[in-house]
Design a protein around this ligand. Structure first.
Ligand code: HEC
Length: 168
């Protein structure tokens, strides 16, 4: 049992025509971690094809942190770190500068579809971001929007108190 004959990754295997030990998964193979049968999560639409109006997964601190990381990597270069469309790249985009994402509330399903399918000069990020990561970006973008025009009265009482003390 200590030593077993086996093929290691990248090793040769003469039993196969292409001589490789590593096999291609059959066409249509679904990775185990892929979310299936949940169009609201994977497509941003309900079973009837209507755009979802709420984020269909739990919005947790972890999701927000992930959303922030992904937004800063994939979106901020054009849309700016706070989503207001102010970025060095934006100044060079004469055709259509990246819009300020914070102007009005957006339907979460729409933003998800922009990220998944691309929109105008925004490319599709489906190859880079899993569905969960795309929803994380949607959640973070909404947090950014709120952060830019938040009323003091909307903050939790303890934060309100702290802010009042800090403001001269
Ligand atoms: C290469 C620069 C670039 C990158 C990177 C980029 N965008 Fe965009 N985005 C644009 C431009 C330009 C538009 C306007 C497209 C148009 O109107 O043709 C746009 C449009 C949008 C819109 C629609 C805005 C509206 O007014 O309807 C959303 C939402 C959006 N982007 C979100 C994102 C998110 C989220 C990311 C990151 C995952 C991202 N974008 C990455 C340039 C970019």
């Amino acid at each position: 049992m200590e030593r077993q004959p086996k093929f290691k990754a990248f090793a040769a295997n003469s039993q196969y025509e292409d001589g490789r030990a590593m096999r291609q998964p059959p066409a249509g193979t679904v990775p185990r971690e892929t979310i299936t049968m949940r169009p609201e999560i994977t497509l941003g639409t309900d079973r009837k094809g209507a755009i979802v109006s709420a984020i269909p997964i739990p919005v947790t601190r972890e999701l927000m942190d992930m959303g922030r990381a992904k937004f800063e990597i994939f979106c901020s270069a054009c849309h700016g770190l706070v989503g207001d469309g102010v970025s060095p790249v934006a100044t060079q985009m004469s055709l259509r500068p990246p819009p300020n994402l914070n102007k009005q509330p957006r339907v979460p399903g729409n933003v998800f579809q922009v990220i998944s399918l691309g929109y105008g000069l925004t490319p599709s990020y489906a190859p880079q971001l899993t569905a969960t990561e795309r929803w994380a970006v949607v959640a973070y973008a909404e947090a950014l929007r709120r952060s830019q025009s938040a009323l003091l009265a909307e903050a939790p009482p303890d934060i309100q108190k702290k802010l009042r003390e800090e403001t001269p």
